[in-house]
Design a protein around this ligand. Structure first.
Ligand SMILES: C[S@@+](CC[C@H](N)C(=O)[O-])C[C@H]1O[C@@H](n2cnc3c(N)ncnc32)[C@H](O)[C@@H]1O
Length: 229
């Protein structure tokens, strides 16, 4: 059994056993209009720091997976006016609304958003210098996390960078509250995975360069910047 198979085996009891992508898509479709509030309250600080650590150069080809309502995507596009900014989200409503938002906020910037699944991305191999992904892995079953990370490797150019944000697991009281809430709305919240995150990234072939944690409104986030190795 290789390292990745071993990790998946250990994980089986902890994580969502099967994909619930269809439910997740329906939930985020319904919430597309109000989701920006949650992103503003809990994610803005981590988005800002992740963008700083990512150090995207103006002119790069950048992909953001699971753009949601586009708060991070708008920051990326604003700093990459000479480059190409591509987003994708499983929820067609999120993707359409976010594309409309981006066209208004950055009419001069080359950007597009696809309604697509991170597990099978509609892009050629080695298309991007940088891939960004915030708060998605929590929503995926363990096999789907691995499929998504392999897709990230496939679409990244050699030596390309991957900037990931996960929900932090460094506050025990927050973890307990999250576990309870996620039993009620699993398709919206998924399951925390920060403790296993770096291990699984490395097993999927990423070299970790930086990791930081940040908290906003009691909600912890872990940022990991890694490179395609
Ligand atoms: C928790 S929200 C995060 C949104 C945004 N990245 C942020 O930082 O606020 C998760 C997003 O992932 C999307 N999503 C869930 N499963 C996905 C998948 N398999 N492929 C692409 N997007 C997915 C949902 O539609 C939702 O918009």
């Amino acid at each position: 059994m290789n390292q990745l198979e071993g990790l998946l085996e250990n994980w089986r009891t902890e994580r969502l056993p099967v994909t619930i992508a269809n439910r997740t898509r329906r939930v985020y479709d319904l919430l597309a209009r109000v989701y920006p509030i949650s992103s503003y309250l809990f994610h803005a600080r981590a988005h800002r720091l992740a963008l700083e650590l990512a150090a995207i150069e103006n002119g790069e080809k950048v992909l953001e997976i699971a753009t949601g309502s586009g708060e991070m995507f708008s920051r990326i596009a604003g700093g990459n006016a000479k480059g190409l900014n591509v987003g994708l989200d499983l929820s067609p409503s999120m993707a359409a609304r976010t594309l409309g938002r981006l066209r208004q906020e950055h009419p001069e910037v080359n950007c597009t958003i696809e309604a697509a699944d991170s597990r099978l991305m509609p892009f050629r191999d080695q298309s991007f210098d940088h891939v960004v992904c915030c708060y998605l892995l929590e929503l995926l079953a363990s096999n789907d996390i691995v499929r998504t990370l392999h897709e990230v490797q496939r679409v990244l150019k050699p030596d390309g960078k991957f900037t990931l944000i996960m929900i932090g697991q460094n506050h025990e009281s927050f973890n307990q509250a999250y576990r309870i809430a996620s039993k009620v709305v699993p398709a919206f919240l998924g399951q925390q995975m920060d403790r296993r995150g770096p291990e699984i990234l490395e097993a999927c072939g990423f070299e970790i360069e930086q990791t930081r944690t940040v908290t906003q409104t009691l909600y912890p986030s872990r940022i990991v910047v890694s490179r395609h190795s």
